[in-house]
Design a protein around this ligand. Structure first.
Ligand code: AMP
Length: 546
């Protein structure tokens, strides 16, 4: 027997409709590339999203087609979040920090039709435009007064002109909730970046769960400033969550340094923020150096990399800011776990509470997790056994875009669980703590660096016999690449000579921080480099600081 309830598809457009109707005068504040602070309400933002939905139709964008952005966090980017997905097309948020070759690869792979970009990224867009196979139109996200007059881009369009030319009457279409809504690429552990294609349903379910009190704990009383970029897994869902709960939103644009962020936190009375540890380090450095305090900020969500326990303590004791340590990944929309307390922690000592906060947290409803050993058998939740973490749930990837990389859900012969590549322990209360990573990637300041690309370049050097690139600890960036090299017999090769070889071949910030020369690199039975052994060997390696 079926239930007798309404069949209403879960669509992203319903979030902006809700925000407009129930929180119409709530503000969205943006620091813009043009240098000003822009203020609008959800009512105005919703109307402009509808205008942009009409503009997309006028540009010939069809349902299912990909529309790319290269943009900071700002109101125009948010308008596109709703205009593109709400009208049935797919929003593809490109990461501007990638090397231009990777931007070209990803945009071609996604078959992006239109590319919207902030003026900051004009040089990047100009550099890649002629190589983009599918992009038909380029739109600068600015007004006519700031539109570059001598751009090399063919028929460059102006965002504000497109918006002004349309009416704000647009009926958000109703379609299957399983339709694709947005696309993010994640750096593969092997091979090319892979596309994670979210659906309206997965996004809405993630939004509901992520807003909950034991997750990001977001409400209409909050002023939320997402420092995490909108090109990193949809700013961890905050542009959707804020609409669902009616929170005020503050977008920092390109101003991610401590001073710019602090000023915005104070002037807009921000209560909740979210970002990677590196960003908080910059902010805390500025606040400490200037003897400042946060007048309204009380919660900061920290994830993307492990949050150092010292940061949790400093936030709490010196600034009365509660850190919500969270873990997730692009493939998980992204939130999987949050280290929020249970009732029993109220009676514990501060030291015990800090120990809970330093863990990556417990699963939010909707995410099921396990840890398994080498043989695929489940390991106990005793806070001691550590193994690869597998997850499943309605906002977790089932397959990569265009089926790349085979079926990601077959793990050691069993189907249906996604292998995270993170190695973790889970305690009896369900709190997970990451101990290692089985995937060979490096995460520097919240951004991935592909070890394989670095190794391939090193191996192309005529004096290198074998090279392995691993993550080494760095006090600012959390991890930086360290290159372990075996030289060819009888040759002379210096660190600087090898590092100079990387120039122009990869993004500058991907260049390894250091090189160590070794006699051999440990290999497994199948000839694969045993990077976990190398990581262990070089765990105390001191990288040169610039
Ligand atoms: P991304 O897909 O870029 O969001 O990266 C996801 C990966 O970042 C995870 O699989 C982890 O390796 C790492 N990560 C995310 N959050 C944390 C955290 N709180 N602690 C440690 N590692 C994290």
């Amino acid at each position: 027997m079926n239930g007798l309830m309404m069949q209403q598809p879960l669509l992203i457009s319903s979030l902006i409709v809700h925000a407009e109707r129930h929180h119409g005068d709530q503000e969205v504040v943006s620091r813009r590339v043009e240098g000003d602070i822009h203020r609008c309400t959800y009512r105005e933002l919703a109307a402009r999203s509808r205008r942009m939905a009409n503009a997309l139709a006028a540009l010939g964008v069809k349902p299912g087609e990909r529309v790319a952005t290269l943009a900071w966090n700002g109101h125009r980017h948010m308008e596109l979040y709703y205009a593109v997905s709400g009208s049935g097309a797919v929003l593809h948020t490109l990461n501007p920090r990638l090397h231009p070759d990777q931007v070209v690869y990803i945009a071609d792979h996604a078959e992006d039709q239109v590319l919207f970009f902030d003026l900051t990224f004009l040089p990047l867009v100009e550099a890649v435009a002629s190589r983009l196979k599918t992009v038909k139109r380029f739109v600068a996200m600015t007004d006519r007064a700031h539109l570059p007059t001598s751009s090399k881009l063919p028929d460059l369009l102006c965002y504000e002109d497109l918006c002004a030319a349309q009416t704000n009457r647009f009926d958000w279409p109703e379609f299957d909730e399983n339709s694709a809504s947005s696309l993010c690429y994640t750096s593969g552990t092997t091979g090319n970046p892979k596309g994670v294609l979210y659906s309206h349903r997965s996004t809405l379910l993630h939004t509901l769960a992520a807003a909950m009190p034991d997750a990001l704990n977001c409400s209409a009383a909050d002023t939320v400033l997402p420092v995490v970029p909108m090109f990193h897994v949809n700013a961890w869902g905050l542009p959707y969550i804020a609409c669902m709960v009616g929170a005020k939103l503050v977008f920092p644009g390109p101003g991610l340094d401590g001073k710019s962020l602090y000023e915005l936190f104070e002037s807009e009375r921000v209560t909740l923020s979210a970002g990677v540890p590196t960003v908080w380090q910059g902010l805390l450095g500025y606040v400490e150096a200037n003897g400042l305090k946060f007048s309204t900020m009380r919660r900061s969500v920290i994830g993307g990399s492990a949050c150092p326990p010292a940061m949790i303590k400093l936030f709490n004791e010196s600034y009365d800011v509660h850190v919500l340590h969270a873990w997730g990944m692009t493939e998980m929309s992204p939130i999987g776990t949050v280290a929020s307390f249970k009732g029993k922690h109220g009676a514990q000592s501060q030291q015990e509470r800090y120990a809970v906060m330093a863990k990556q947290g417990r699963a939010i409803y909707g995410v099921d997790m396990r840890i398994v050993g080498e043989d695929g058998a489940d390991l106990p939740w005793d806070g001691k056994a550590s193994g690869e973490m597998l997850v499943r749930g309605p906002w977790i990837v089932a397959s990569y875009f265009k089926g790349e990389g085979g079926d990601p859900l077959v793990v050691k012969g069993e189907k249906g669980w996604f292998p995270t590549g993170d190695v973790a322990m889970i305690d009896a209360d369900g709190y997970m703590q990451i101990t290692d990573r089985s995937k060979d990637v490096i995460k520097s300041g919240g951004e991935w660096i592909g070890s394989i690309d670095i190794e391939n370049i090193a191996m192309a050097h005529p004096k290198v016999a074998m090279a392995a690139c691993i993550a080494a600890f760095h006090p600012k960036w959390d991890e930086r690449p360290l290159l372990v090299v075996v030289k060819k017999p009888g040759v002379e090769l210096t660190r600087d000579e090898l590092l100079a070889f990387f120039e122009g071949k990869i993004a500058k910030w991907w260049t390894p921080d250091d090189v160590v020369f070794a006699e051999a690199i440990p290999l497994g039975a199948t000839g694969k480099m045993l990077k976990n052994r190398l990581r262990e060997q070089f765990k105390d390696h001191k990288l040169p600081t610039a």
